[in-house]
Design a protein. Structure first.
Length: 332
């Protein structure tokens, strides 16, 4: 990963600086128009994905605080992130955000900044003169009452992230860096597709994010979620057919689906015991019924960073993680 970031640094240095933002600039985002008279200088970034994009764009000196971290920051970004105040790894309060005197509050998910959010609505920030932003991929979901994440009728893809990177690059006048970062992600996705399109196995996957207890239903990646995208990139498909972004599925249904591969998330938040990948694997191997799944008996259990199951820049890293383990299993 360090090599990738270093290579990007060289690309940033070599790309022409002909791309430049002319202020004021207006960004259309999820039904809102936000006008920037200059590049923001005090950003409170809500959500790991939001922070990591800003850091990959070399904007760490603009970010004063962050919140909501399911997993640890990318190792290559750890030093940059160490200089940024973490309000909480969970859900922050509006008071704690405003205490940082922000001029820009971008967010990863509606839970942190949306109509039903307990943190803030975008209108709350507008009234105090603070610009806001929501990850475009989250605006492409169809939301039901009380459903913070909604459902997807079409498979998520990286174009949503490319829009987010482009918007941030425009807002902060670093368009050359944005173009280089997008080019890197596109190449990595294309390389995986080229490799795994050759196997013709059409593997079926279940992506298990977490569960509140062994007796509870599993939170899994839905059919058209980032998890479904990973399966698609690797020449397979999601065994979960629900269009809900994060459906809760009983183990009887997972047994009936009988996936070829089970991907378990590794989370650092420690909200539940089953956030831990080892605890998930222990359950899979010890439960009388679940242990009889073909994927479990064959050892086709893969560990992946939990943030990669969210529609984020980490998704392509997750696809690479899964790909590496599939190769070792001879499933590439």
């Amino acid at each position: 990963m360090k090599k990738i970031i270093s290579a990007l640094g060289l690309v940033f240095a070599s790309v022409s600086s002909a791309f430049a933002t002319t202020y004021p600039v207006t960004i259309e985002n999820c039904g809102y128009k936000e006008t920037f008279t200059k590049a923001p200088e005090r950003v409170v970034a809500l959500g790991q994905n939001t922070v990591e994009i800003l850091l990959l764009l070399g904007l760490e000196d603009k970010v004063v605080a962050s919140a909501f971290w399911p997993t640890k920051v990318l190792p290559s970004l750890a030093e940059k992130n160490s200089k940024i105040k973490t309000l909480t790894v969970e859900i922050p309060t509006l008071e704690s955000i405003l205490a940082q005197n922000p001029d820009f509050v971008p967010a990863q998910i509606p839970l942190l900044l949306g109509p039903e959010s307990k943190v803030a609505k975008r209108e709350d920030l507008t009234t105090v003169g603070v610009n806001s932003y929501m990850s475009p991929g989250m605006c492409a979901t169809k939301k039901g009452v009380g459903d913070m994440y909604g459902s997807r009728q079409k498979l998520w893809d990286m174009s949503f992230l490319y829009q987010e990177i482009t918007d941030f690059a425009t807002i902060f006048n670093v368009e050359d860096r944005g173009k280089a970062l997008i080019a890197d992600f596109k190449k990595r996705e294309n390389d995986l597709r080229a490799e795994f399109s050759k196997n013709k196995k059409d593997l079926s996957f279940v992506f298990w994010f977490s569960s509140s207890s062994p007796s509870a239903d599993a939170y899994v990646g839905g059919k058209n979620s980032a998890s479904g995208f990973i399966a698609n990139v690797l020449g397979g498909h999601n065994a979960i057919t629900s269009e809900t972004e994060w459906p809760t599925v009983g183990w009887e249904s997972i047994i009936a689906a009988n996936p070829d591969v089970i991907v378990v998330s590794s989370l650092d938040r420690n909200r539940w015991a089953l956030d831990n990948a080892e605890e998930k694997i222990k359950f899979l191997k010890s439960d009388p019924a679940v242990s009889q799944l073909d994927a479990v008996k064959k050892g086709h259990i893969i560990v992946m960073d939990g943030q990669a199951m969210n529609p984020t820049i980490r998704t392509i890293y997750g696809a690479e993680q899964v790909a590496e383990q599939l190769r070792k299993m001879g499933l590439n």
